[in-house]
Ligand binder design. Structure first.
Ligand code: NCD
Length: 346
């Protein structure tokens, strides 16, 4: 993310413009509160517009000449589909590579050359990779060429997932709309906090909200990494760590549940965990505040019993859907057409 395509990148951290433009979306750390609030506002306006055929046609006419490349070489269901549909909502056309064996990388083409090739054909590259740092590498490459296109990180290794964090912020902000927003809330993050990129990215965005308390609930082996904790310390964001869900559940305004990221196991270490201690079943619901919310980035394993879906505090299906609308907002902001979206009348 940066001010204009001709400005150099600040190392791997791509700084956002002060003000209102958005280019690459690589890392959540540079996002400031005004931009977060603006993106959330765009989401709400777009969702409202999309309810009518007329509004949906208006949205489809926003970016009909723009094209997106979806380069997803790591498995993805909702992030891929939500980006694909977000593009279509604003009239963009998409092309995709999901299987690296169909790309010239198998002929020995370098990652950089592949990315440069994609950029020749499209106006934005959305990418998910198994390796950390690839989206940042692609953004840096773009900044050195004559016709750079924005790069959106749709998940890089176990490192970052900035657009997930944005949709999580929208879900939190909407859920607490009548209670002063995210400021002052106590948010529990549970599960594999060590290898889950969604929780890492969400923690970074918390510096934008006042008096937020984070509660990390994880097995010792999968506790939050020290780099994120150092960031929270640096930004004076309060957090505590525990292995006992029942002790903290009654104090939470939101619980963000995640699955064990067993695809990163080297010797079946996640199988040693008694996951039932880091799960929400109907019996846990009794301990949760009446107005608390239950979130999950999905996909879920056994850490949320499907019976919990019926509880009005379970917002993860809404959260999933918010993902598509937040990705619409990100595209609108990147291509600078946000002024065309009508404001909501009070
Ligand atoms: C997450 C991811 O890919 O990191 N999924 C998603 O994008 N909604 C979470 C996960 O896989 O556990």
């Amino acid at each position: 993310m940066r001010a204009s395509p001709t400005q150099p990148l600040n190392e791997t951290l791509v700084m956002p413009a002060r003000g209102t433009t958005l280019f690459h979306v690589i890392d959540p750390r540079p996002f400031e509160r005004p931009l977060l609030d603006e993106l959330c506002d765009i989401v709400t306006r777009v969702r409202l517009l999309a309810k009518s055929d007329e509004g949906a046609r208006f949205l489809r006419d926003l970016l009909p000449t723009r094209r997106a490349m979806l380069y997803f070489t790591q498995p993805s269901t909702r992030t891929f589909l939500s980006f694909n549909n977000a593009c279509h909502i604003v009239g963009m056309r998409t092309s995709e590579i999901r299987d690296p064996s169909t790309s010239s990388e198998v002929k020995g083409e370098s990652f950089d050359d592949s990315i440069r090739t994609f950029s020749s054909y499209v106006d934005v590259i959305v990418m998910r990779t198994k390796e950390s740092g690839r989206a940042a590498q692609a953004a840096k490459l773009m900044d050195g060429i004559q016709r750079p296109v924005p790069v959106i990180n749709a998940g890089s290794g176990s490192d970052q997932h900035p657009t997930q964090a944005l949709l999580d912020i929208y879900t939190l902000a909407r859920s607490f709309e009548d209670r002063g927003g995210i400021d002052g809330k106590t948010i529990g993050l549970m599960g594999d906090l060590k290898r889950g990129r969604t929780v890492r990215s969400l923690c970074y965005l918390m510096r934008n909200y006042r008096n937020v308390r984070l509660v990390f609930i994880a097995p010792q082996q999968f506790s939050m990494q020290s780099d994120v904790k150092a960031y929270l310390d640096e930004h004076r964001i309060s957090y505590v760590e525990t292995t006992e869900l029942a002790d903290v559940l009654p104090s939470l305004d939101a619980i963000y549940v995640t699955r064990m990221q067993s695809e990163w196991d080297t010797a079946g270490e996640s199988r040693e965990i008694d996951l039932s201690r880091f799960s929400i079943h109907t019996r846990e619901l009794g301990l949760l505040k009446r107005d608390a919310i239950i979130m999950h980035p999905l996909p879920r394993g056994s850490e949320i019993d499907p019976a919990v879906d019926q509880d009005p505090r379970a917002v993860y299906w809404r959260q999933e859907r918010n993902g598509m609308w937040m990705r619409v907002a990100v595209l609108i902001k990147i291509f600078g057409v946000e002024q065309r979206i009508p404001a909501i009348r009070a």
